[in-house]
Design a protein around this ligand. Structure first.
Ligand code: GAP
Length: 457
């Protein structure tokens, strides 16, 4: 008997399961952590890899108009001057005048119920005064400023202004700086895209909400180079594809994914139109992805600052021009978090509460678990090992578990979202069948070993 319980899931539920079951740990935990950093454990890294592979397959490999790259994290600092990040990649900051702790001004206002859409720094400071908002420690706030989020480091043996480089704040710039390389190597027809997945770094003023807002994270994104005449149709095409990705590949219900048309005042400096894709996280409706029309802002600036011609010469002999760009961008960590939040389920099986991750099966980090019914029966253990080795060869990520009783093993696998648990019992020795228990229904069926691979696939 199965009974699904409706409960408001908290971020603590998700974070505690993620830690308990080896998905995500606090970064540098044994030293008390490092704010805004998280480490992926054995199951988290597999889930993240499955997500990235699915993204690459959906947006890159399955298409003829997409070119993948993997550019260096450290880039010539002129890249970040041309892109506008050195001057304008900022968040509004304000200080607790007593403790000197610094906060994101817009977050403090949002927490106080103020809608900050369209507000600049001065308007936010005025709102703080008008509403009498204090710091979380109850003190007065002062010294507002725009804080640049690029992490600086230095390259080479001498540390001075000339050696300053930045950890990349977005992966996109690698696509712009390699635009000419890809055109020269492949001479693709327009429109075409250049994609990559990789780490980005932002010195967030107040990282929060588990892996939602962190200082080191992964972005999967592409720059889709177009003729500006077609920008609206191309924008629409990618808007639809992003929803398809959310629903068909990630299994996120359409009613939990919302679009927010970002106002001119709130758009990034390079964008002429932006839609944020928001997801209903346990802590509210928050940005999951972005879709931006970046025009020719980046290529033009790089052309100006590098002195290299970054025009595209159409094959039909019409005049060369600097292409415009549509940019769908996907935070990988936020994707993982949305998938975890959406999959986290509590129900009752035969009167007993259980937690399980209803992950889409193609994303589950472990596809099946194999156990002998009894650990101390050598004939069962030997047969189970045989089945385990066979499946491991055929479907890859299979787990062995002979600890505790069968019920406990099922619970452990439920919590990590393993779609199938296979148990070898005495009947197996007689007729070559095993029990396969389904994660979602908790139903068991008998399947012959020769049919096992098909059943799981
Ligand atoms: N190239 C465009 C770009 O970087 P963005 O909206 O600044 O756009 C892209 O970032 C995506 O990266 C966001 O939609 C979000 O999913 C994710 N993201 C941004 N900041 C993040 C942070 N501090 N922690 C985790 N993910 C973040």
């Amino acid at each position: 008997m199965l009974f699904i319980m409706s409960k408001n899931i908290s971020l603590d539920d998700i974070a505690s399961l993620a830690k308990r079951r080896g998905f995500i740990y606090q970064g540098s935990e044994i030293y008390g952590g490092l704010a805004g950093t998280w480490d992926y454990g054995p199951l988290g890294v597999t889930l993240k890899r499955n997500l990235v592979n699915a993204w690459w397959k959906f947006f890159v490999e399955s298409r003829d108009d997409m070119y993948g790259i993997d550019s260096a994290i450290l880039m010539n600092p002129k890249v970040w001057i041309a892109s506008g990040h050195v001057a304008g990649f900022t968040d509004p900051l304000i200080e607790d005048v007593k403790t000197k702790k610094r906060y994101r001004l817009d977050h403090l206002l949002e927490d106080a119920g103020v809608d900050v859409k369209g507000m600049d720094l001065a308007a936010m400071v005025a709102a703080i005064q008008e509403k009498g908002v204090k710091s979380p420690d109850g003190n007065e706030l002062g010294n507002p400023a725009n804080f640049n989020m690029l992490f600086r480091t230095s390259i080479g043996a001498v540390e001075d202004e000339a050696s300053t480089v930045y950890l990349r704040g977005e992966t996109a710039q690698g696509m712009f700086t390699n635009f000419k390389n890809v055109v020269d190597s492949f001479y693709p027809d327009l429109p075409f895209g250049v994609a990559q997945v990789g780490k980005a770094f932002r010195n967030e003023i107040s990282p929060r909400d588990f892996i939602f807002r962190v200082r080191e994270f992964e972005i999967a994104e592409f720059e889709y180079f177009i003729n500006p005449e077609n920008w609206e149709a191309e924008f629409e095409k990618w808007r639809v594809a992003m929803h398809q990705w959310c629903e068909e590949i990630l299994g996120l219900p359409a009613e939990k994914v919302h679009e927010l048309e970002v106002s001119k005042e709130d758009r990034a400096h390079y964008s002429k139109r932006t839609i944020d894709f928001e997801f209903d996280f346990p802590f509210g409706k928050k940005e999951l992805y972005g879709l931006a029309y970046r025009t020719d802002f980046d290529l033009n600036n790089h052309q100006r600052d590098s002195g290299k011609n970054l025009e595209y010469r159409p094959k039909d002999g019409s005049p060369a021009f600097v292409p415009h760009v549509i940019e769908p961008t996907f935070g990988v960590d936020r994707t993982l978090m949305a998938v975890l939040c959406n999959s986290y389920t509590e129900d009752e099986v035969n009167g007993e509460k259980r937690i399980f991750l209803k992950l889409p099966k193609h994303l589950a980090p472990v596809k099946a678990c194999v156990s002998p019914l009894l650990k101390n029966k050598p004939e069962l253990a030997a047969k189970a090992r045989e089945v385990y080795s066979m499946l491991k060869k055929e479907i890859g990520v299979v787990m062995w578990d002979d600890n505790g009783n069968i019920g406990k093993r099922y619970r452990r696998q439920d919590e990590i979202g393993t779609p199938a648990c296979i148990v070898i019992d005495f009947q197996t020795l007689e007729d070559g069948t095993v029990t396969v228990r389904d994660r979602d229904t908790a139903q068991q069926t008998r399947v012959s070993i020769s049919e096992l691979e098909n059943t799981i696939a």
